[in-house]
Design a protein around this ligand. Structure first.
Ligand code: URA
Length: 211
């Protein structure tokens, strides 16, 4: 498992505004959008490409195009949806699959309540988007689910991660080169109610209002 923690002043700045409890939902969604575009730059470094012939007004050349089959973006519902638009702006030809996972607030146990994925995932490059990597239970379940469907690589893009969640993924996928996490920040810890400290609170609630 590879872990990349972003180290860029623009990401740090935007994430600080995102964390601020005074930031309202509209601005929160806009910042999330911008952050995912910045994270996508590094997270897609290993995306598969091929040569493509192109003619400029001056002459022919061999350029680069994303390979087929297209990458698949998988937002984890609900909060992952807030990262979809930004990533699709960078990867407009990606296919999109959805995984709905919910965590019990008391036991922290994760269950899947929805799944809508392309039927053939074998050999595909997958980008999971989920803003908060807390216990790692949801992400591990999503990764297991996708690996079992024959995907070739899974890259998770997160905004804020807890060391406990990263350790869980590192332990579960030790020695595997096909699982990567890109996170904008690695925070201090998880608290007893499962929130990342200092984190940013409940990402889904902050994006969409408490439901
Ligand atoms: N999910 C969130 O939205 N926030 C946390 O701090 C942890 C999990």
């Amino acid at each position: 498992m590879h872990l990349h923690v972003a180290d860029h002043p623009l990401i740090a700045h935007k994430l600080t505004v995102l964390r601020d409890e005074r930031t309202d939902s509209a601005r929160f969604r806009l910042l999330t959008d911008e952050l995912v575009m910045l994270l996508a730059y590094e997270a897609t470094r290993g995306i598969r490409v091929e040569d493509k012939a192109v003619s400029t007004p001056v002459g022919p050349m061999t350029g680069t195009a994303l390979s087929n089959p297209r990458p698949v973006v998988v937002p984890i519902l609900r909060a992952g949806l807030g990262m979809l638009e930004g990533l699709l702006r960078m990867l407009p030809t990606a296919e999109v699959g959805f995984l709905g996972m919910v965590r019990d607030d008391e036991t922290f146990e994760v269950t899947a309540y929805a799944e809508r994925l392309p039927s053939d995932l074998s050999g595909r490059q997958i980008f999971i988007i989920d803003p908060m990597l807390a216990t790692g239970g949801t992400l591990a379940m999503a990764i297991d689910y996708l690996l079992a469907r024959g995907v070739s690589e899974v890259t998770a893009i997160c905004l804020v991660s807890a060391p406990e969640g990263v350790a869980h993924i590192e332990h579960t996928y030790a020695g595997r080169a096909d699982v990567t996490i890109h996170t904008a920040a690695l925070d201090e810890k998880l608290n007893e109610t499962g929130y990342i400290v200092p984190g940013l609170g409940d990402a889904g609630d902050r994006m969409y209002g408490v439901v």
